[in-house]
Design a binder for this molecule. Structure first.
Ligand SMILES: [Zn+2]
Length: 120
């Protein structure tokens, strides 16, 4: 599967969360700090930029929310992951979940055929 240039959207309001090839989401830390994260939209590339600049603590759980409808993106069935909708074009959409745990680089694409896991 070619894993680039797909659109990602909020599973709640369906607004695209991709801007300039980055997935932009609101972050909330346990400490109450809120920020904005820009993650590379290519699956398997875990580089990101955070505004304001900060480094997360290894193992810390980050809550991601939609910048448009403010919905908490934590996946109901996978509480350690955040959920987005991946749009493959032609009306084909998959659920994609990525780890909310800092330092744990893992993305899973959930399809009818099963779950594909990518780590980085
Ligand atoms: Zn939303």
């Amino acid at each position: 599967m070619e894993l680039s240039n797909f659109n990602f959207s909020c599973p709640h309001c369906h607004h695209t969360v991709v801007k300039n090839d980055s997935i932009e989401l609101v972050t909330n830390r346990f400490s109450g700090e809120q920020g904005l994260i820009r993650m590379d939209s290519k699956i398997g590339n875990y580089s990101f930029e955070h505004i304001p600049p900060l480094s997360f603590t290894e193992g810390e759980s980050i809550r991601f929310s939609c910048p448009f409808c403010a919905a908490n993106l934590t996946a109901e069935d996978y509480p350690d992951y955040a959920l987005l909708t991946m749009d493959m074009g032609n009306g084909i959409k998959f659920d994609v979940i990525f780890s909310r745990i800092a330092g744990k680089r893992e993305t899973r694409i959930i399809t009818e055929d099963g779950i594909e896991t990518y780590t980085g």
